[in-house]
Design a protein around this ligand. Structure first.
Ligand code: FES
Length: 281
């Protein structure tokens, strides 16, 4: 784990704001690239960093590692929550500014060497850590099917990113299938990413997911009919104060007892979490 000051290479808004009557709204989502070789050299997909978001926010904030490249750069993809002081402060930083952060933290996804085909299920901003996983898996010549779900076309990662950019390392053969799913049908399949799991589950070796708690509850229900889903690895988003396992602010109930998301996760097996006891962030 490194604690350091990193220079912002680029910073841009990638998604429009999101009005959600029953949940917290966002005023947009941003992609920030940082020069950060100390963290890039150690990070694995599924891990996160804690970012100090200026004097307006006392506590550091957790952000999934969205991408890591061979130049020692890391990318964070994050939503700016309505009224959120920390993410609001971060969104106003510009290329050339420096921010303080520490990481990489937590336990990432575990891809078994024998697994040849991975199914990735992304709900909304859940694409953040899964993109890093897809990059690494493709480099390892694994087949990847990515179900990329969002509210509408404007909330999917721009076409300029996947899949072409995944190939810039020029490591054919690759096998990456990105299936877009939108709730309003404005791009790809109309529905939820979880609607398509049954179409792919039989031909993949492992399943990885990141999305809202409701998505995991659906997957847990589906796992009664598709046992392979029980061992799906899912990444939890949780409010965190320390990120280091010392404040117990991110404690959840699992079938093995209490666990800290920052230290024991953020990746858990789907079957291990008590989904009924878990409250959405
Ligand atoms: Fe403090 Fe997890 S954030 S224990």
């Amino acid at each position: 784990m490194k604690q350091l000051s990193a220079r912002i290479i680029s910073h841009q808004q990638v998604f429009a704001g999101l009005e959600r009557p029953a949940a917290r709204s966002t005023s947009g989502s941003w992609l920030m690239w940082l020069k950060c070789p100390g963290i890039a050299g150690e990070a694995v997909p599924g891990q996160f960093v804690m970012v100090r978001c200026g004097a307006e926010s006392v506590l550091p904030r957790p952000f999934s590692l969205h991408r890591v490249n061979d130049n020692g750069d890391i990318a964070l993809l994050y939503a700016v929550w309505e009224g959120g002081k920390g993410t609001g402060w971060l969104s106003r930083r510009q290329a050339g500014d420096k921010i303080e952060l520490f990481g990489p933290l937590g336990n990432g996804f575990s891809v078994f060497p024998a697994s040849r085909h991975l199914l990735l299920v992304a709900g909304g901003m859940g694409i953040a850590p899964l993109r890093f996983l897809a990059d690494v898996a493709v480099r390892q010549k694994k087949a990847v099917t990515l179900l990329m779900g969002a509210l509408s076309a404007g909330h999917l990662l721009p076409d300029a990113s996947p899949p072409q950019e995944l190939l810039t390392d020029g490591i054919p053969p690759f096998n990456l299938d990105i299936i877009k799913v939108t709730e309003d049908g404005s791009a790809g399949f109309k529905g939820l990413a979880t609607d398509l799991i049954v179409n792919h589950i039989d031909r993949v070796d492992q399943v990885f997911a990141c999305g809202p708690v409701g998505m995991y509850r659906t997957m847990a229900a589906l796992s009664e009919s598709f046992p392979k889903l029980k061992s799906a690895q899912v990444s939890l988003e949780m409010r965190m104060a320390c990120g280091l396992g010392t404040c117990y602010g991110c404690t959840i109930k699992t079938k093995r007892g209490l666990a800290q998301v920052c230290r024991d996760g953020p990746v858990f097996d789907l079957q291990d979490v008590d989904w009924e006891a878990l409250r959405p962030v």
